[in-house]
Design a protein around this ligand. Sequence first.
Ligand SMILES: C[S@@+](CC[C@H](N)C(=O)[O-])C[C@H]1O[C@@H](n2cnc3c(N)ncnc32)[C@H](O)[C@@H]1O
Length: 237
Amino acid sequence: MSSYRPLESRLAGTSRATADNRTPCTGRLGTPRVFLMATDDVSKAYSSPTFDAEALLGTVISAEDPDRVLIEPWATGVDGVILDVGSGTGRWTGHLASLGHQIEGLEPATRLVELARQTHPSVTFHHGTITDLSDSPKRWAGLLAWYSLIHMGPGELPDALVALRMAVEDGGGLLMSFFSGPSLEPMYHPVATAYRWPLPELAQALETAGFQVTSSHWDPRFPHAYLTAEASKQNLA
Ligand SMILES: C[S@@+](CC[C@H](N)C(=O)[O-])C[C@H]1O[C@@H](n2cnc3c(N)ncnc32)[C@H](O)[C@@H]1O
């Protein structure tokens, strides 16, 4: 008999870190204070009523959204079901579903997953974290991780990438956006501390987890970056 439990029930069993676990990080005078946060604290921050998800993320994708030219062609190239990892309000999940793609969402923040289900009732949204994917028997053909790994530093990202590799079919695709910079360091983010990941370090972490980076883009004038990767045929995880 499989030991698999739905993401929802496994999430209920996860331990919850407290705000006291935050480690202050030295910042320059005059810059916002940066705190290193546990994953559960990140979920709580996204669930907080003080985070106005509707205003800051939006619940749907506008016709002018510049990221459409990246995300839509990538989704068209995926042959099978996509998992939108860290789907937030479900704006990309719902948008890609409306274009005819097979897609599901995964989101740990309770308030956001409820909002996503209300806004996009025909789409499946799993309530859970990337870690919960590790023992899921299901595999997806493609993974969209649009700014959803940004809160993970070197202590968390490698394991999260291994969990993602286990959740995607051999040869499956990954499209992820993130913040980049010349050195791996925490940075201020209005919801929770984020990290800048230099492309070489991130590519190395992906390869160690069993992905092959197929394209990447970062303009050093801005923090925003994205890459595509393919799940290597031989699962190294
Ligand atoms: C910046 S928001 C982006 C949301 C969405 N991808 C979008 O583009 O609108 C980051 C999202 O990642 C989610 N997230 C953070 N840590 C996660 C984890 N360990 N597993 C899954 N999702 C996570 C957050 O709850 C949040 O919804």
